[in-house]
Design a binder for this molecule. Structure first.
Ligand code: ASP
Length: 435
């Protein structure tokens, strides 16, 4: 399965590139992209029912309900500190590499052309988003006034709140009343897990189509103009993934690093091709519970909260992008201002939803906080889709790393299960998508 999805991704990129060069992008976008869209719609279809039911069953099966509070606080602390570390790495790297300096006047003009117009749409979206992201609103928004509407609109934090509360109440009513309800939801849970397995059968085709369409549609020229910027973001993401995550996995989760990356690969590939951590959630859950040895209770809680509030890749990218745009406009950000970037980018990441392009909208909040011209985002929009793919893969990895850490801290990480599934070295022993 892992290998087939990876091959599909590479083949999709090559096919998309050929389409771009030989000018048949239109064909790819009209006829091939829909296969990818169908795949994304199919996995998105399972997100809400799966998270709701898995959380409900997971909470109801917890032996000690008080552990929920502990897990909740640890989760929040871990997510916020990981995000802050990510922005700091992004800032440090951008200060060292200085990707926004050294442009000729001509290139600057070229990049600025149309930037303001492109930025307008994003700026309009951001003012709406900003209203929602004051701390009080953020907290109030977690409580659903109408849980049915939350389910229908896919408001994840509200769905999580309601499911956990319902799970707790299920343990508080007499067991003979609770039993049939629990049995019903356990059955429903199995149905949705199986649905993910079935949908994953077409993952290679979906990934191929999505990547082919993005590459075919891509203006490759702009990548050269912004090469240093793209490289800085990519280097930051790579360092963060290989150094920070590996260290955390080794020392905090005490688990095999290679095995982890191997086991999570399907989720990373789907995240990369879909640019949406929310849509990838069912696949992440599948990898973390079935391959990496985390029980469903912890995994469903951690991963669904993570897909809503934990965005390490996005935060790192926002750090680099802020410094890049400031340098481009000849603005020097002092230490105090950079500290402000860490704070606002961490907050922005909390408010970023896991959908394509959400990070660039929230970037406006960060730019505004340090007085960098918001129309600067128009300059980087051309390469944003590609960087979005990469940062989404990191976002999903971050959620999973934190899940491993909390599961280990709670004594619920079954390294033996992962070893059985993937072997000591991380090589998969079982490759079929259907059990
Ligand atoms: N697409 C990202 C995600 O879903 C969010 C972003 O735009 O940075 O995680």
């Amino acid at each position: 399965m892992h290998t087939r999805i990876l091959l599909a991704l590479v083949a999709g990129a090559a096919f998309g590139f050929a389409a771009n060069q030989l000018e048949f992008s239109g064909f790819v976008i009209t006829y091939i992209r829909p296969v990818g869209t169908a795949f994304i719609k199919l996995i998105s279809m399972v997100v809400v029912p799966l998270v709701f039911v898995a959380l409900l069953v997971g909470t109801a099966s917890l032996k000690d309900i008080r552990s929920l509070g502990r897990i909740g606080i640890r989760t929040l602390l871990l997510y916020v500190s990981m995000t802050a570390i990510a922005v700091t790495i992004g800032l440090t790297l951008a200060n060292l590499v200085e990707p926004g300096k050294g442009f000729t006047q001509e290139t600057k003009q070229q990049l600025k052309q149309g930037a303001a117009a492109q930025a307008d749409a994003a700026i309009a979206g951001a003012s709406a988003a900003r209203e929602k992201t004051s701390v009080v609103n953020l907290l109030l928004n977690i409580i659903p006034a109408n849980p049915v509407r939350s389910l229908a609109e896919g408001q994840m934090l509200q769905v999580i709140f309601f499911a956990v509360l319902m799970g707790i109440c299920l343990t508080l009513i007499p067991p003979e009343r609770a039993k049939p309800v629990t049995a019903f939801f356990e059955g429903a849970n199995e149905i949705f897990v199986k649905m993910v397995h079935v949908i994953m059968l077409i993952a290679p085709y979906g990934v191929f189509a999505l990547v082919a369409a993005v590459v075919a549609d891509f203006g490759l020229g702009i990548i050269w103009l912004l090469f240093k910027y793209c490289l800085t973001v990519l280097a930051g993401l790579l360092i963060y993934m290989l150094v920070v995550y590996s260290a955390i996995l080794k020392f905090l989760a005490r688990t095999g690093v290679r095995r982890f990356f191997r086991g999570l690969r399907p989720a990373q590939l789907v995240a990369f091709s879909s640019s949406s951590s929310a849509a990838t959630l069912p696949v992440t859950l599948k990898c973390v519970t079935e391959t990496l040895g985390v029980p469903q209770g912890v995994a469903s809680f951690m991963l669904s909260v993570g897909a809503s509030i934990n965005m390490d890749g996005t935060a790192l990218y926002q750090g680099v992008a802020t410094v890049f745009i400031a340098q481009f406009y000849g603005i020097d950000l002092g230490f105090g201002q950079q500290l402000m970037v860490v704070l606002t980018a961490t907050m922005a990441a909390l408010g970023t939803v896991g959908i394509p392009g959400a990070g660039v909208v929230m970037l406006l909040m960060v730019l505004n906080s340090v007085g960098v011209p918001p129309e600067g985002i128009g300059i980087i929009l051309g390469v944003d889709r590609f960087l979005d793919m990469c940062r989404t893969a990191v976002n999903v990895t971050g959620d999973s790393v934190c899940t491993m850490v909390i599961a280990a801290a709670e004594g619920q990480l079954d390294n033996n299960a992962a070893q059985k599934k993937l072997g000591e070295s991380g090589e998969p022993l079982k490759t079929s998508a259907l059990p």
